[in-house]
Design a protein around this ligand. Structure first.
Ligand code: SF4
Ligand code: SF4
Length: 422
């Protein structure tokens, strides 16, 4: 089978295209309807995960023209920002670069939290030190910024890795939300399995420079391959304006080594070839998942994404009435997104903030938080998964949202302007 992008796009424009989300394709295949899949024109794929390679470029006024010559240093809600290459001499405007992994003076607040606060419409506190030593302080909201754009230096890896700690000491790492228990007592996993965009187009036949995407729910474009991209493990760089980003798809994720940045991608894959069709048909259990020694960053085995996403709970269940009112609530203190709180001595869960990482389910002694997270199977071992750094539930929601936008005509698929060679 070989089809052209323009044929598929014309079908979409005529309202005749069959557009399915990746999870719908799986369901069709599990029901044994192979023929239906061969009639699919576009499959929407998505991933939501901790993605360190994220930064924002923010441009806005902090003082009337002539107030200072140029900015030297700046902070947003206490997070240090780079003042960028443009001096904006005497204009009172600053062009900042803020890294998603930059940390504020509060060790539980970082760039990812800041980006989400901006998307939620909150004002952020800006502090600017000029080269003359003066300090300007203003409160700025996203709507007041002249430009606010989010970039990914390496996003949407063709899935990622699992991590275990074989040593006999606890390890602090960005690949967990708490200290990593020793002796392979638990595993951390990342990657959305069969839903991942690049997994469904591994040779980048359909995704290329200029492909329109959803980045945190806002329209953006693929720029090219990301850093550390390779033919075996391609990933993408891209960007989108922040004004229409949806907070629930982004945010911060606190780790023992500081806050990380949560980002989401959704990509439409036109079914151009048999190779794409085969990739789309691959179940989680056929997608390899390297298991790494977290301290040595060395592969020590191979599991599959079936271990991570088949027969597990994508969402953590919440039963506040079973709370035992412990002296200290461990789930509250280790929740990486700050989704757990207490009101009138009863636990609360902010579903919009919850990442479904599952860590609370193993730490709660009262079954308030419960989730079956599955186990990794590799080298004759079975290691329980204790934390997920990807949120497949919201990735599915985003893939569904992209499908709806394509079908109602509000999202226009674009043909790549150049191939990407990872
Ligand atoms: S699953 Fe539990 S620990 Fe993880 S983000 Fe949600 S509430 Fe927090
Ligand atoms: S650990 Fe569970 S049972 Fe204990 S206070 Fe927290 S929510 Fe309640």
């Amino acid at each position: 089978m070989e089809r052209s992008f323009s044929d598929i796009r014309a079908k979409v424009d005529r309202g005749e295209a069959v557009v399915l989300s990746a999870q719908e394709v799986r369901k069709i295949l599990e029901d044994g309807e192979r023929q239906t899949l061969e009639d699919v024109d576009v499959v929407t794929c998505a991933t939501r995960a901790v993605m360190s390679g994220t930064y924002a470029v923010l441009s806005f006024s902090v003082a009337p023209p002539g107030s200072f010559l140029r900015a030297k240093r700046a902070w947003l809600n206490g997070i240090p920002a780079e003042v960028g290459p443009c001096p904006n001499e005497r204009l009172g405007i600053i062009d900042l670069m803020v890294f998603g992994t930059a940390h504020s003076r509060d060790p539980r607040y970082g760039g990812g939290h800041l980006f989400r606060d901006l998307a939620e419409g909150k004002e952020v506190k800006v502090e600017v030190e000029t080269d003359a030593g003066d300090v300007f302080r203003v409160d700025v909201a996203l709507s007041e910024m002249l430009q606010a754009r989010l970039f990914g230096t390496r996003h949407s890896f063709k899935n990622y890795s699992a991590f275990v700690n074989p040593s006999d000491e606890r390890v602090a790492t960005i690949f967990h939300a708490a200290l990593f228990d020793p002796c392979c007592n638990g595993a951390s996993v990342s990657g959305c399995g069969h839903l991942n965009p690049v997994q469904n187009d591994p040779f980048l036949e359909a995704i290329g420079v200029g492909t329109r995407i959803l980045l945190n729910g806002a329209e953006g474009f693929v720029l090219g391959e990301g850093t550390r991209s390779s033919p075996e493990r391609p990933n993408l760089s891209g960007f989108a304006d922040m004004y229409k980003m949806e907070p629930e798809y982004m945010g911060g994720f606190v780790t023992p080594c500081g806050p990380e940045c949560v980002t989401s991608w959704a990509v439409p894959i036109p079914v151009l070839s048999d190779l794409i069709l085969e990739s789309i048909a691959a179940p989680d259990r056929s997608i390899p998942l390297p298991v790494m020694d977290v301290a040595k960053r060395r592969e020590i085995g191979k599991a599959t994404y079936g271990d991570v996403w088949e027969d597990v709970d994508l969402e953590v269940s919440f039963s506040p009435d079973t709370c035992k009112r412990c002296t200290q609530c461990i789930p509250e203190s280790i929740c990486p997104t700050g989704a757990i709180g207490f009101r009138d001595w009863k636990p609360t869960l902010d579903r919009e903030r919850c990442f479904n990482c599952g860590l609370c389910s193993s730490a709660c002694i009262g079954d308030v938080f419960r989730a079956h997270l599955g186990s990794l199977h590799f080298g004759g071992r079975e290691v329980p998964i204790v934390v997920r750094q990807s949120d497949r539930l919201r990735a599915e929601k985003l893939a569904e949202d992209l499908k709806r936008r394509i079908l109602d005509g509000s999202f226009k698929m674009t043909e790549m302007v150049d191939r990407i060679s990872p």
